[in-house]
Write a protein that binds this ligand. Structure first.
Ligand SMILES: CC(C)(COP(=O)(O)OP(=O)(O)OC[C@H]1O[C@@H](n2cnc3c(N)ncnc32)[C@H](O)[C@@H]1OP(=O)(O)O)[C@@H](O)C(=O)NCCC(=O)NCCS
Length: 174
C-alpha cells in the first residue's frame, strides 16, 4: 500500500470539501459553504491537511482556520494583562476539525502545531499576544488545555495560548 504523506495546504478548489465529515455539522458546513468565501474577502484563512500522494479532488483529513482578532486586555487574567495597552491584537483559531475516520491519530495535534507555526510568522511581522480559541463544549476545552491553552476569566470556553508558550512548544519540537 502507498505511504500516506501528509501535507498542509491553503484550502483550494482541488480539495474535496463535500466529502468531509468531522461529526459536527456546523464545522462541516463552514468548510463546505463559508471557508472559501471568507478567504476571498480576507475574513479568515483555512488550511487543510491532505494526503499529498492522492489525486484531486483530494480528500480533506482535517482543517483549521485563522483570523486576526482584537481583544480587550482586561478580559485576560490580571497576570497576563499586566503592562498591556487596553486593546491588543492576537490570532483566533476560528475552527479546528479532523475527519471522523482519522480522529485520535494525532492529526488534531499536527494541525495545532501548524497553527502555532503560522501564528509565529504573523507575530514576527506584525506582533500579536497569542492564539485565541472558542471551544465548542467542555470536551473541546479539555482538548485545548492539554496544549497549554488557558481559559479566559470572562468566559471559560474562550481560551488563550500566550506567545511564550507557543515559542516554547515549537522550540521543544525543534
Ligand atoms: C477535537 C479534535 C479536533 C481532536 O483531533 P484528533 O486528531 O482526534 O485528536 P489528537 O489525535 O490530536 O489528540 C491528541 C490528544 O488529545 C486527546 N483527545 C482527542 N480528542 C479529545 C477530546 N475531544 N477531548 C479531550 N481529549 C481529546 C487524545 O487522547 C490525544 O491524547 P493522546 O494521544 O496523548 O492520548 C477532533 O476530534 C474533532 O475534529 N472533533 C470534532 C470537532 C471538534 O470538536 N472540534 C473542536 C472545535 S472547538
Amino acid at each position: 500500500m502507498a505511504r500516506c504523506v501528509h501535507k498542509i495546504e491553503l484550502l483550494a478548489k482541488s480539495h474535496d470539501r463535500e466529502g468531509f465529515d468531522c461529526g459536527s455539522e456546523p464545522l462541516n458546513l463552514f468548510l463546505k459553504q463559508t471557508a472559501r468565501q471568507h478567504a476571498e474577502r480576507g475574513i479568515s484563512r483555512t488550511f487543510v491537511l491532505v494526503d499529498e500522494a492522492v489525486a484531486a479532488p483530494k480528500p480533506i483529513v482535517g482543517f483549521f482556520s485563522l483570523n486576526i482578532c482584537q481583544i480587550k486586555s482586561g478580559s485576560l487574567t490580571p497576570q497576563e494583562a499586566k503592562k498591556l495597552p487596553r486593546d491588543v491584537a492576537g490570532v483566533r483559531l476560528g475552527r479546528l476539525a479532523v475527519a471522523k475516520a482519522n480522529q485520535r491519530q494525532g492529526i488534531g495535534k499536527t494541525l495545532l502545531i501548524a497553527a502555532m507555526g503560522k501564528f509565529i510568522k504573523i507575530f514576527n511581522s506584525a506582533g500579536g499576544i497569542g492564539l485565541f480559541v472558542d471551544a465548542k463544549d467542555q470536551d473541546a476545552k479539555h482538548y485545548y488545555e492539554q496544549f497549554g491553552f488557558v481559559a479566559m476569566p470572562s468566559n471559560e470556553l474562550e481560551l488563550f495560548l500566550p506567545v511564550r508558550t507557543i515559542q516554547e512548544a515549537l522550540i521543544t519540537r525543534g
